[in-house]
Unconditional design. Structure first.
Lengths: 360, 360
DNA sequence: TTATTTTCTGTGTACGAGCACAAACAAAAA
DNA sequence: TTTTTGTTTGTGCTCGTACACAGAAAATAA
């Protein structure tokens, strides 16, 4: 049961290690006849390259440039980063080095600058959350020219040349939200879909989610339950937001469900009084701290989680699978849409991140 | 930014590689003074052992004995195995070898036999699902004597000497089920909790789940919604099971919720007519194929999933973290209780297993 | 003191694959 | 034929660590 080495193959084939090495790694300069013989022996013996020895000998370094929003500009982005760092812990021995190019989520020019810096550093790959779609596509082309593949997470852009996408399926998350409202809806109840954010950034995301929600209601003949779409981009100003909320309530006495299209539901539900906490079914996204708090206080009823930590983790692991282990990687990987409620939230937070972790 | 090696430390400390090696690996025979100097330099330089080189040089082989139920005796157990095999794919380069000791889930003597075989093979660790609690504890002690640690998955046994447990928290899964029923319950509605299985095996599991369910109802003042507990061990006989079901319906006209304590809900819900599929809220466990089918047919409403694939995966990864990477491993790792419904089930099945996978 | 044991330190080789370079051989050109 | 060129194969060193063994130094016994 001993492992087969290049030496074993060489001695059986009656050639030297060097020749076997050339065949295995396709370096050429080997007669057809010998090559075939060696390949046959290798496959008969079930030869598998010892990756440790290989990495050690080649002494190769892989560099990944990470272009994601600065967590300080939007706390959500701490989570993908956490996953990235955890993955690195497991695979850094393969010689993987990362450089971070942070940008302010709300500043397009910062994004562009950092993306250029990243490309100019000539990394082996760029891992990015392409929050600015149009610009991302441009840089993708530019990187393409320099043979730098893109690994994208969280925000889907459609382009044949990305190495992979790991993240959410927005349409389906809206559709899922539809079911969650449906569970408790009565005839005539209204749903308010609320986008606390700027239309420009991530527009596709939001409209896909809404489309999914609408699709569910249509397919379940819920024409008696209207969905009303609002957008409010001054969400950072509590006074204005409160005014907006009072206004909404006045306009929609039959409001029963509240659908937040992103992670910022916490900004509004903090205005709920106890009675309102009871009355409304609230569905929001992402397990960031304030959302978790309000989930536990019954102000938010369901959080749909797309495991951003796992997105980062998987992004790195895909790199390893592709570059180090030379395995095919699935191009589109939609993560599960976890339904998080008060009763299972702690397990998602404390004990597990979707992959094994150590104590320290 | 170059990596620090033993040689670097040696030349700075003015000693040979061998001496540094003795210090780093605590092999002794080094003067206190030199040892301290080397340790200081190592920590100053941020030395980290190159695991590739280490594994290569030591040529060590780790053997794990896997003692789990034969998937042929109960299909559920194919899932942990899948996770085990996927994890091995990622870490086998560290020299990890596995031997499987399968046993029939329902045959205690087979379990004992295989456990003895496993211990006698003197592995570095035993990964097991201790479905037979009392016996498992005995073998745990026996393995303990031989310095073979236990990694347990899926079924929790309480013993200070296990290396780790990865799996479900039964009480909480019952408690979670409580919430799922609560969403749609009306005053007077009854819940039938049904254990399709033998009392003996996994008894703790089942009673914990029921306790959780009861606890939720108590804490939410639902004394108007009784929970009635049934057990039926002839579940393999369709005729008897059908008879039992007809009987239940007759006895409980106010039945609204149906709680299956394990993965075998599919055996009963197949008797539902369309009207019944609508009428009952059904909560069951485990994403095995027949359950998934009935989820899609609206006969089952919620599946609580404890990611058995991930259990296997994590079990192996914990081994690696402990033995190869020498990191501390969390002793108890409760996996998230995923709430799976028709609208998110496909993402759990097709696209993701909770960790990165390759295409082939 | 010298002999002997014990404690400490240095050196050489191995692990398996990568890679540069040398050597052997064959084919084409002189 | 010899020379040149090109193709194919073999050798030796490298990566960073582990470990056996040799050797030096110190401590103890004679």
């Amino acid at each position: 049961m001993k492992k087969v080495t290049i030496k074993d193959i060489a001695s059986i084939a009656g050639v030297s290690r060097g020749t076997v090495d050339r065949v295995i790694n396709g370096r050429g300069n080997v007669t057809e006849e010998v090559e075939q013989k060696i390949l046959k022996i290798a496959s008969d013996l079930g030869y598998e390259k010892n990756l440790m020895a290989s990495a050690l000998a080649s002494n190769r370094v892989y560099r990944i440039a990470i272009v994601t929003p600065d967590p300080n500009s939007d706390i959500f982005w701490a989570q993908p980063r956490e996953g990235i760092q955890n993955a690195l812990e497991l695979v850094k021995h393969y010689g993987i080095i990362t450089d971070y190019y942070d940008y302010n989520l709300f500043k397009k020019d910062e994004f562009c600058m950092q993306m250029e810096n990243a490309i100019n550093s000539r990394p082996d790959a760029i891992l990015t959350a392409p929050t600015f779609t149009a610009e991302s596509l441009e840089y993708l082309e530019m990187a393409e020219q320099n043979n730098i593949p893109f690994i994208t997470i969280n925000t889907e852009i459609h382009h044949p040349d990305i190495l992979c996408y790991v993240g959410q399926n927005s349409f389906n998350s809206g559709y899922l939200a539809g079911r969650l409202f449906y569970l408790r809806l009565k005839p005539g109840d209204e749903i308010i879909a609320l986008n606390l954010g700027h239309t420009l950034a991530n527009a596709q995301h939001y409209s896909d989610k809404l489309a999914g929600l609408n699709a569910f209601f249509e397919q379940h003949n819920m024409s008696g339950n209207p969905i009303i779409w609002y957008e409010f981009d001054k969400f950072l100003d509590d006074d204005l937001l409160y005014e907006f909320w009072v206004d909404i309530k006045a306009k929609h006495p039959r409001m029963k469900g509240l659908f937040f299209t992103n992670s910022r539901g916490y900004r509004l539900v903090k205005f709920f009084n106890p009675e309102e906490s009871q009355k409304y079914d609230v569905v929001g996204f992402d397990m960031i701290d304030p959302n978790i708090r309000f989930l536990k206080e019954d102000k938010i009823d369901f959080i749909i989680n797309q495991n951003p930590i796992l997105q980062g983790y998987t992004g790195i692991m895909n790199f390893v699978n592709h570059f180090v282990l030379k395995k095919d990687v699935k191009k589109i990987q939609y993560l599960p849409l976890d339904i998080v409620i008060k009763e299972n939230v702690d397990f998602y937070i404390d004990n597990f991140k979707g992959y094994p972790v150590t104590k320290g």
